[in-house]
Design a protein around this ligand. Structure first.
Ligand code: SF4
Length: 471
């Protein structure tokens, strides 16, 4: 019986898998609409993957719920990058055991970066026998087939990408976007950089860029559907297009996207300082739609630490690019990621990071105390500084940044900012949105403004927040 079903699987195409799953799930849900509860953890790339997963589930007839008790399918889309992510996912999956006990026909699936790590997938296999389906980031497009096999093989299904697999980008997957005016557009997948602390190249593979025509088409259709804030995503967007034939630079892609007519703004993340160019800065400076905010993670202000991180740029090169960018784009807002307490980092080297922060004057920072990721080179490096001391360093750094942020916000009082109203603040009841420089602004206004760009005069500044009034 099983063999026959496996053979059937091979013969079915994608549309047939979608139809078959829809029929089986409708029977299992006794004619009602089957419900899926999808929980996505981690970065924007994972959120974008989650939207593709939901798009495919919708094609298979699923509706969505936040209530695990009423779900026919619970799917966890995991992240390997964030600290303690593994423990949290294992804890959350473990907690489903009781629900599965009460509802034996419940399907449980776990996917995402974490499942591309062998030791995690193995643990999932051995310790959580009630999980029906485990798959990695490279096979998201195969979800209809994987669900069909789960429902018909009578066995648990495990599928991860491996080096032999064709990693061609699959275009045209349906996307169920979480927002109605903000959208993520992935422009490239993977990373070639192997920063010594980072797990991404191991779980997302090498760099692969989407064709510019596909990206242009997606952005055009988003703009005509009324999306206002479009963020281009990639682990290192600045190396976009290098492996395409013909090759194209990220700056050129931005120039082409900037020609699209409409009321929208473009953002992008994440940039790598070694690949960010003056051409990119010139393109932003001359553009109509590109936000004057660049997230340019420098990670450490010490050249020795940067080398140990395998970041391939120096403090001097970073500062040189920043000086050029500030000259060309006077209202530029810069943000960065910082790792405090990298293995072997001394207090003096940490002070070089603080001095760089003072010199650049970032709008905001995403700060992390170093924590090891299994399988990375940094995880093997001696790390003598205790966590408590690193926490002390971090507090010192945050105090410096707080002063800078306060100063940067206070000089904006009196200026008029273009703000995309996103929601009503639950605390103050005011409209809240981000300025082009990515600073939160609150102001009074009606609900009809949500999803629109508003001209707002800044009337007061707090550390991370501006208050304003409609012009
Ligand atoms: S550039 Fe470095 S930190 Fe960023 S995803 Fe690649 S390896 Fe990780």
């Amino acid at each position: 019986m099983t063999e026959k079903l496996i053979e059937t699987t091979r013969e079915l195409n994608r549309e047939q898998h979608i139809e078959e799953v829809a029929q089986i799930m409708s029977i299992r849900a006794r004619g009602a609409v089957p419900m899926a509860c999808v929980r996505t953890y981690g970065c924007q790339q994972n959120v974008a993957d989650g939207e593709k997963i939901k798009g495919q589930l919708e094609q298979m007839g699923f509706s969505f719920t936040e209530d695990e008790e009423e779900a026919d399918l619970i799917l966890f889309n995991t992240c390997a990058v964030r600290e303690h992510a593994e423990d949290r996912v294992f804890g959350n999956v473990g907690a489903l055991k009781n629900i599965k006990h009460r509802n034996p026909s419940l399907l449980i699936a776990v996917c995402g970066c974490m499942m591309e790590q062998e030791h995690v997938a193995e643990k999932m296999k051995k310790s959580f026998p009630f999980v029906n389906l485990v798959f990695g980031t490279h096979v998201i497009h195969k979800l209809p087939e994987l669900l069909f096999r789960t429902l018909t093989d009578g066995r648990r299904v495990f599928e991860r990408g491996d080096d032999s697999e064709d990693k061609t980008i699959i275009e045209g997957l349906p996307i169920r976007r979480d927002g109605s005016f903000k959208a993520w557009v992935t422009v490239m997948y993977g990373c070639n950089n192997f920063c010594t602390y980072c797990i991404v190249p191991y779980v997302r593979g090498r760099e692969r860029s989407r064709k510019p025509e596909a990206i242009l088409e997606e952005v055009r259709s988003l703009v005509s559907a009324g999306y206002r804030d479009i963020t281009l995503l990639g682990q290192n967007v600045n190396s976009y297009g290098k492996e395409l034939t013909p090759a194209i630079s990220f700056a050129e892609l931005l120039r082409q996207l900037d020609e699209i007519e409409g009321d929208f703004q473009l953002r992008f993340m994440t940039s790598h300082p070694k690949d960010a160019t003056r051409e990119l800065i010139d393109t932003i400076a001359q553009s109509r739609h590109i936000s004057h905010h660049v997230h340019l993670p420098f990670q450490s202000g010490s050249n020795r630490v940067l080398k140990a991180m395998n970041r391939s740029y120096t403090r001097e090169k970073y500062l040189d690019l920043v000086a050029y960018a500030k000259e060309k784009i006077p209202d530029l807002s810069l943000t960065s990621d910082i790792i405090v307490g990298f293995p072997g980092e001394t207090y003096e080297e940490f002070c070089e990071t603080v001095s760089l922060i003072k010199e650049v004057e970032f709008t905001s920072l995403y700060t992390f105390i170093y924590s090891p990721r299994v399988g990375t080179r940094a995880a093997e490096m001696p790390d003598p500084i205790p966590y408590e001391e690193k926490s002390h360093w971090l507090r010192e750094l945050l105090a410096v940044q707080e002063e800078i942020a306060e100063k940067r916000c206070s000089v904006m009082v009196g200026t008029v900012q273009s703000v995309l109203a996103e929601e009503r603040s639950p605390k103050t009841g005011l409209l809240a949105g981000r300025s082009g420089g990515n600073i939160m602004v609150e102001f009074a206004g009606g609900d009809e403004l949500i999803g629109q760009f508003c001209q707002v005069r800044v009337t007061a500044a707090r550390i991370w927040l501006l208050n304003g009034e409609l012009v």
